[in-house]
Design a protein around this ligand. Structure first.
Ligand SMILES: NC(=O)c1ccc[n+]([C@@H]2O[C@H](COP(=O)([O-])OP(=O)(O)OC[C@H]3O[C@@H](n4cnc5c(N)ncnc54)[C@H](O)[C@@H]3O)[C@@H](O)[C@H]2O)c1
Length: 378
């Protein structure tokens, strides 16, 4: 029987991300030495039936068919939101009003105004917040940031980033919350990850020039339906970036990238060296360092291992590799540490609002066919 202080978790949604969160809350205590113990308490889903079924499958004490009841439940300490984007704000505001900490999936919300309302409510309540940009938890991404911060590749000159996947390639892939005019589109759905990465590694963006394109102009209204309706969100967005610190860059978000399953990739060019990464080979970092003899220079492949914390929490042997779900476990460990100490997570709601601001600056740029200052949005 654990003597650690329990943190009772209420999870809203039990799809792809709900299962991933449940796995992280289940396993984190065995991998990280935390001063608190997460308890999978209540799971909310669209119906009472679905909630009870998923609660049983994912190890929660009980299910509820209405997230309002979960947020109002005085026994819950932390609300984790893995429901469609349009629900993030109402669920977070209800949870914050009831005194809970909030862990929300990305993108934080559907608009920057909505994201800022969530941020202000969280800051007023003194709540701990975390947003699920899990790719930032990769020890190899942390290593890249350490290399950059130590000046090992010199001044950062350029960033080239991409998040490309193929799950909307088919024109018959139906509408879902990801094509919702309120906060949908490839840029918000996966572009948000590469924007968060650019901010994490290089810094905030000052201005952007972007072009968004809808490749498939209509999609079925539901799986298997013959009825189609127009798509108003982007399938691909390309952007040129100007960072606050003077670095320049380009970025692509696409969910119609044939053959690509998880190309969250980037290249950072410094004045002396460079770093390459793709999530499809998430246990490797390619680093070009200055100083090699003529004819011996080139990119060096660094493979993940216990020298790259917190890899060693999972495995003592280098080269044995972490996976996608492990990133969520690391994120949850960081979240629970902040809950225990009443510290601050990164990215919290405030930082995730800045990602949202950048998304909207790109959308405005595409609409207006002009460069847009990121800070002017919202
Ligand atoms: N961090 C990541 O890598 C990552 C990956 C995928 C999705 N996401 C984010 O996670 C969120 C969910 O995406 P997903 O892929 O898990 O979607 P999903 O469709 O697989 O799951 C959504 C879940 O929410 C539930 N739901 C819908 N309406 C609800 C309501 N009114 N009350 C309670 N539950 C409700 C659904 O029944 C389902 O269980 C989105 O915000 C998405 O952007 C993040």
């Amino acid at each position: 029987m654990s003597t650690k202080k329990p943190v009772r978790v209420g999870l809203v949604g039990a799809g792809f991300m709900g299962r991933c969160h449940a796995n992280a809350f289940r396993t984190v205590g065995g991998l990280f030495d935390l001063s608190v113990e997460p308890v999978r308490a209540v799971l909310a889903d669209v119906t009472e039936d679905a909630a009870n079924r998923n609660a049983a499958a994912l190890g929660f004490e009980r299910g509820v068919g209405d997230w309002h009841a979960l947020c109002a439940d005085p026994s819950i300490d932390l609300v984790a939101i893995t429901a469609p984007n349009v629900l993030h704000e109402p669920i977070a505001l209800a949870a914050l009003a009831a005194g809970k900490d909030v862990y929300c999936e990305k993108p934080l919300s559907t608009t920057v105004q909505s994201a800022l309302r969530m941020t202000e409510a969280a800051e007023k309540a003194g709540a701990v917040t975390m947003v699920g940009f899990n790719y930032l938890r990769n020890p190899m991404v942390r290593l890249a940031r350490d290399i950059i911060r130590a000046g090992e590749i010199g001044e950062i000159v350029a960033f080239r980033g991409r998040h490309a996947e193929n799950y909307m390639v088919s024109p018959d892939a139906p509408h879902n919350f990801r094509t919702d005019p309120q906060g949908g589109g490839a840029l918000a759905d996966i572009g948000s990850h590469i924007i968060a990465m650019a901010r994490f590694l290089v810094g905030p963006l000052r201005s952007v020039s972007a072009h968004g394109e809808t490749v498939h102009k209509t999609r079925p209204i539901a799986p298997g339906s013959a009825e189609r309706k127009p798509v108003v969100t982007d399938d691909i967005t390309n952007a040129i970036l100007a960072f606050d610190n003077g670095a320049t860059g380009v970025l692509e978000a696409s969910w119609v990238a044939v053959g690509r399953t998880m190309d969250l990739s980037w290249e950072i060019t410094g004045s002396k060296g460079a770093i390459l990464f793709t999530q499809e080979r998430m246990n490797e970092l390619m680093v070009y360092m200055p100083g090699a003899k003529a004819g011996r220079d080139g990119f060096q492949r660094i493979e993940s291992g216990p020298a790259h914390p917190p890899f060693g929490n999972f495995c003592p042997a280098p080269g044995h590799h972490l996976g996608f779900n492990d990133l969520k476990v690391i994120e949850v460990a960081d979240l629970l540490s902040a809950v225990a100490t009443r510290g601050r997570c990164s990215p919290d709601f405030r930082e995730a609002s800045e990602v949202q601001r950048t998304i909207e600056a790109m959308q405005a740029s595409s609409r207006e066919r002009a460069w847009v200052e990121v800070e002017a949005v919202g």
